[in-house]
Ligand binder design. Sequence first.
Ligand SMILES: Nc1ncnc2c1ncn2[C@@H]1O[C@H](COP(=O)(O)OP(=O)(O)O)[C@@H](O)[C@H]1O
Ligand SMILES: [Mg+2]
Length: 318
Amino acid sequence: MARWWRADREAVVLEVRGLEKWYAPPGAPSACGCVPARQVLRDVDFRLSRDQTLAVVGPSGCGKTTLLYALCGLARPDAGQVLLDGEPVRGPGPGSGPGSGGEMAIILQDYGLLPWKTVLENVALGLKIRGVGRAERNAEAARILADMGLAGREADYPARLSGGEQQRVAIARAYALRPKLLLMDEPFSSLDAITRERLQETLLATWRTAGVPFLLVTHSVEEAAFLGRRILVMAGSPATIVARFDNPGCGAPGYRGAPEFYERVREVRAAMDAWWRGGPGPSEGEGEGGTATPGAPTGPNAAQDGPDGPGAPNGGRP
Ligand SMILES: Nc1ncnc2c1ncn2[C@@H]1O[C@H](COP(=O)(O)OP(=O)(O)O)[C@@H](O)[C@H]1O
Ligand SMILES: [Mg+2]
């Protein structure tokens, strides 16, 4: 077997295979045994390597939060598999053992800070749950807060912080856990443009120094093109991945002003527009690697990463 293939497999931190999710109709008794009424996610396949960042972009309501919950074990997939370092994720939990969603850190849309705890306590909380002693966890939390530009704010309560500061606390809390993977749900959507751009840059700088890959879902094409080395476009009802892009310049200094950035924004937007105009079409989702959508670009930057990877003879499809 070719060495590159093995190296590629070893570099994969997250692998998602054929993920499907349904929601039962409102008011349906949970133990009714009937077939759930509405499918939200269909046949979602992708991989994330250790040295990558991944942005999943899609319109509001398409299932991005549902996808994140399924990835970290907060919601049980109805079909398919989520593998973290090759181990199935079986459920959420504060632990760090195999199969524990606790190996991933998730930043929710509303930051998820505990209002009755100080900034320091919020950041140290995950370490406390893991049994790290007070002195050690407080020192680690203070160090990460300083990295995030929040030295001196340790004793404040979240209500006294701006939205951008609260988001930095949430990022600090996630990194304090030294996760294998960081998941983020539209982390900057409620911030003003300048704060959002600064925090996006902070996030990339932290990614470079901490080396923790992240997966971010967003409805913003610009955010996806700025933060994702890989970009997946999610659309449809049920939603699936309708286009995939490599974005190798992501993270380079000055990328926001680079022609490549604008080109990526244009391509991703074109893929979304094509989907809206053309809908799923007769063979949607059945092309190689799930990337081919009628009208969507499949040029040099459109890439495939089904479960068997780019080298697979049929893009990972059965
Ligand atoms: N717990 C739930 N029960 C039933 N339907 C849900 C539930 N959570 C989300 N949905 C529905 O699933 C769809 C996708 O929701 P969501 O994942 O929150 O989308 P997004 O994050 O892309 O805005 C929406 O139509 C939403 O109403
Ligand atoms: Mg959402």
